[in-house]
Design a protein around this ligand. Structure first.
Ligand code: URA
Length: 239
């Protein structure tokens, strides 16, 4: 792509600003000062702006530990969104969330610039597993485990079989692990509600083959490693 377009995509300058920066000799690509804004460069070239190396990749993939209280939305007038937690470059590259977590849900949220992959990961036919840690009101029993495994009937749909593992029952509350393969609106909360248990807190700990990096505190994110990206893509290949 043209150098001025790349600088624009990376959020370094507007198209006009980029033209000016190039004219002033402030941009180097692969060790050479570029003076022509129309020159074609490839994303991921060795880009240096004012002597400082800049990551020039236009395809980015992230994992975030979404904090409770933030909306999974591109923008919102009243509430903080997950996009507010990302530097500008991810906005200009349209690195968007893969699906949604409720405002009060925390944990693993993926972001990517690859819209096609997002589509495949979210397609019901892909059956990508999502794993959650839940704290619920009341005492979970083996009947709940069986009900989750046997297609729970909700008001407007029948949930696909889900794995429920009870971890602890204590003081009128239960903690559990849930694995679902679909992602309907409020899916996990509604499944527990159908069994008479209100969800007190919910955290996603796995999406397909990727588990939440324990080094990420709430609101922190990191880019996926190449092998993580490959494994994620491979899990929906041919689906
Ligand atoms: N299920 C829910 O109920 N909420 C989420 O945020 C994710 C799954």
């Amino acid at each position: 792509m043209r150098l001025d377009r790349l600088l624009g995509l990376l959020g370094i300058a507007s198209r006009t600003g980029a033209k000016e920066m190039i004219r002033l000799g402030r941009i180097q690509v692969d060790g050479q000062t570029m003076l022509d804004n129309t020159v074609k460069v490839h994303a991921g070239c060795a880009l240096v702006v004012d002597g400082v190396p800049v990551d020039a990749r236009t395809q980015r993939h992230l994992m975030m530990n979404k904090p409770a209280g933030t909306l999974t939305a591109a923008q919102d007038r009243n509430a903080a969104t997950v996009m507010d937690l990302l530097p500008r470059v991810y906005h200009t590259l349209s690195c968007m969330p893969v699906g949604r977590l409720d405002k009060d849900t925390e944990g693993l949220l993926l972001f990517t610039t690859d819209g096609k992959l997002t589509h495949r990961l979210l397609a019901p036919a892909s059956g990508v597993e999502k794993e959650y840690d839940a704290l619920v009101a009341g005492e979970l029993t083996q009947q709940d485990v069986q009900a989750f495994a046997d297609r729970l009937r909700l008001s407007d749909f029948e949930a696909l079989p889900a794995q429920l593992t009870i971890l602890r029952v204590h003081n009128g509350q239960s903690s559990a692990r849930v694995v679902v393969t679909e992602g309907k609106f409020h899916q996990v909360k509604r499944m527990f509600a159908a069994r008479g248990h209100e969800v007190i807190s919910l955290k996603r700990v796995r999406f397909g083959p990727l588990t939440l990096d324990p080094a990420l505190g709430p609101g922190e994110f990191r880019e996926l490693r190449e092998e993580e990206w490959q494994t994620l893509s491979a899990c929906v290949l041919n689906k």
